[in-house]
Design a binder for this molecule. Sequence first.
Ligand code: ADP
Ligand code: MG
Ligand code: MG
Length: 518
Amino acid sequence: MAEQAYPPHLTAEQLSYLVTSFTDYSLSHGLVVRPVPSFVAQNPNNAIATTAPVTLWPSPFPKNLFTEARAIQTACNLLYARVASDESWLGELTTELSKVDDFIASLWAIHTRIKAESGYRHKYSLGLFRSDYMVHTEDGKPVGIRQVEFNTIASSFGTLSSKVSDLHRFLWRSGAYPPTNLINDISLPRNEALERLAEGLAKAHEVYMQDVAPEKKYKLEMSRTAGPTESFGIMFVVQEGERNAFDQRWLEYHITEKYGIRVFRISLPEIRKYTHHVRPNYELLFVPPHALSSQKQEVFEISVVYFRAGYGPDDYPTQEEWNTRYFLEESRAIKCPTVLTQLAGSKKVQQVLAGKANLEKFITDEQTKERVFDTFAAIYPMDTSEDGLRARKLAFEEPHRFVLKPQREGGGNNIYKEKIPEFLESIDEETWQGYILMELIHPPEVENIVMRNGQMMQGKVVGELGVYGTVIWKDGGDQGVKAVYNEEAGVLLRTKGSSSEEGGVAAGFGCIDSCVLV
Ligand code: ADP
Ligand code: MG
Ligand code: MG
């Protein structure tokens, strides 16, 4: 068959039909976000939503690299579980960073205070991770995937990503896409991130229940009748005014509807009004706000605390929020993530692991280690070590090759290329060691149409593939880490205009896509 343009050229009638199908499917399937105030000035009672930013077409992605990224996810899950459990290794890195980074220092202080006081009460940790990759090209040819970063807290967009995959499949099946030689039932795989992430949370609930009440022989079942009598539940810690609330809601709905587990959404500043611990085991008890006025007061024991907030300094405007984080950490509930797991996701850890000798410490199997290592790009410290001094020189002499990253999450924090020297000059040299210098990855450009607030933008785009991973582990001290559950959990393809440096969807730079495997 002759080589076709992709996406195919459409007549005005075809395009209009496609866009209507696309928009209505998004709205009717909750593939939505809350609008920015500049788009909808008034949103009384938060009752207005708009379509999430999504590509009109799935973007081509090399099948072999897609398969490899997913195949190594359980190894990456274990790697980060091990890092999070190695207090002395992590402590050494973190203590250095703490000198120049107050946020990291505050997180580490929670850990040291718990150790100094009574020790941890939780037995298991839950990770809902996302390892992000770009396809790297040399001379325009794809050579492999390179890891952009590894997220250990608030890895978002999994559920909307499943819905985008469903949307693109629907558009193909319904005939809204005219036939192309790329799209078929096999090249457009269904993405199960929603189901798999919900399962990870539900499994952690099961692990907690079996631990606190072994005699009850609690077993997770699909379609267990949700009972208002159930006195255990999962807590979602969320940001007030979250625009991406529906991505979180879909997890909640799945957990409650499929497994019959209650979910409570609450923001960090509100938590202490409704919670307390029970000594001596520090069970975390929660009286939901809506239950306070009812005749019979309902009290729930929280099995899992799932953080979709707390990943950056803005979530801790006062000491109160830090106290709350400590209070949650100290409880018996399973945390997703623990403070240590959050610290394991810092850019600094990623930089140190990019050195093979360090990676070796955490991955013993030779072949697995090589496969994971193959996905790493060059990352340098910005400290005063030999490597650090070399990187400092590179940052000034060849800035166009690099991105400079602070220890922050959520997008919009990095400094790119030519802006690096002037940025470094504008800050105190003592603080440079709080950053890492990473070689830029050059993803291949493809053509697509981005739909944002009903407007179309056509052009060259690049994608970033996130692979989710769910893992539950018990820290065995000297015995190492024992994973009781370890799964790959679906994907996210985020696409941005090829000239844009950042790709965050929530930060307003990118949009959600799905893969058509080529
Ligand atoms: P954050 O934790 O804020 O998401 P990231 O490390 O993911 O930080 O960087 C944000 C964005 O910057 C990425 O989504 C990607 O678009 C771009 N980016 C980061 N590192 C690189 C790199 N090495 N090469 C090319 N682009 C990068
Ligand atoms: Mg991140
Ligand atoms: Mg990122």
